[in-house]
Design a binder for this molecule. Structure first.
Ligand SMILES: CC(C)(COP(=O)(O)OP(=O)(O)OC[C@H]1O[C@@H](n2cnc3c(N)ncnc32)[C@H](O)[C@@H]1OP(=O)(O)O)[C@@H](O)C(=O)NCCC(=O)NCCS
Length: 215
């Protein structure tokens, strides 16, 4: 396991242990040896362990005090620590973990070619202006498709609703989001990652040294 990088927005003062937001993009190698379903299970358990380690350090508590719980639509949170927020996303060979001091949602996708299948998804689910945004940029359609897609997922996961519920996330304009928060997208190697939260101040980017670093 190797942390590829962290994107981190620090508080203006260094008086607090908390940072406003940290994104951990971690490369995993489970897919080489396991079926996709089993790899996802292992990724899931691994993410929980990482979140637990971060929470213990940030909150200064014992492992037994870290108890995971789930909201109505499945959004995980830590029981007893309402100001500690996190969100998890998995894709092939990588996981993304966002930690923040306010509600947060995040999504990572590996970029694949913009084929007929994705075109149909964009036509069916995206707003006309989002579809146009993808179509207009010859050669960058894949990047743009996954930019829109991950932004919608990150927004849904910020709200905690999921994508296809009674809250109409698909009609939410993720290119000009009109809500009391922000959505940011980052492209790293073959991945696109989006994060949605109350305030995402310009992040700094850490490349991990060989062997990886940990929080
Ligand atoms: C479940 C959902 C929240 C995300 O699903 P996803 O994109 O398949 O998976 P991700 O890896 O990005 O996220 C999964 C993690 O999100 C978290 N999560 C689950 N439900 C959540 C919710 N309602 N809100 C926020 N986070 C949630 C969990 O931590 C989960 O990981 P875990 O099971 O290991 O704990 C939801 O948005 C959904 O239903 N997505 C549909 C995806 C889809 O149809 N994609 C089509 C692509 S073309």
């Amino acid at each position: 396991m190797l942390i590829m990088f962290m994107i981190r927005s620090d508080r203006p003062t260094s008086s607090s242990l908390y940072t406003i937001m940290t994104l951990y993009l971690i490369k995993t190698t489970f897919h080489k040896t396991l079926s996709p379903q089993d790899a996802k299970k292992v990724q899931s358990a691994y993410c929980k362990q990482v979140v637990s380690d971060i929470a213990r350090k940030q909150l200064g508590v014992l492992p037994r005090e870290i108890i995971f719980n789930k909201g109505e639509n499945g959004k995980p949170f830590l029981k007893n620590f309402p100001s500690f927020h996190f969100n998890i996303s998995h894709t092939k060979n990588a996981v993304l973990i966002a930690v923040s001091d306010s509600p947060i949602g995040t999504d990572i996708e590996i970029i694949r070619p913009y084929d007929e299948k994705l075109l149909k998804v964009a036509k069916r689910f995206f707003l006309p202006k989002e579809f146009e945004y993808i179509a207009i940029e010859e050669g960058r359609q894949s990047n743009r498709f996954f930019e829109i897609w991950t932004r919608k997922e990150a927004y849904a996961k910020y709200l905690g609703t999921g994508l296809f519920t009674n809250v109409d996330v698909m009609s939410f304009d993720v290119l000009n989001p009109g809500f009391n928060g922000q959505i940011k997208t980052f492209f790293v190697e073959d991945y696109v990652l989006s994060v949605c939260g109350a305030k995402i101040v310009p992040p700094r980017l850490w490349n991990s040294p060989p062997g990886g670093i940990f929080f």
